[in-house]
Design a protein around this ligand. Structure first.
Ligand SMILES: [Zn+2]
Length: 69
């Protein structure tokens, strides 16, 4: 995957952060935010977003997230 940086704070992004951004803000997104900025934008705890990521990984229902064994 090519390097992406957070469009708000400039931090380098993990693929999970990009996947979650696509999930929450639409798959056509070209710019992404890190977990911290997504949490701030959505006014939720970063921990809640981490739980969402974990849930998608475990369920394997979303193609954006690789399934965790
Ligand atoms: Zn950020």
């Amino acid at each position: 995957m090519t390097d992406h940086i957070c469009m708000k704070c400039g931090k380098r992004l993990m693929s999970d952060e990009i996947a979650l951004h696509r999930k929450l803000f639409g798959r056509g997104a070209q710019e992404f935010m890190c977990l911290d900025c997504q949490a701030e934008y959505l006014r939720v705890d970063r921990l809640q977003l981490e739980r969402v990521i974990e849930m998608y990984h475990k369920s394997g229902t979303c193609v954006l997230f690789a399934k965790w064994e």
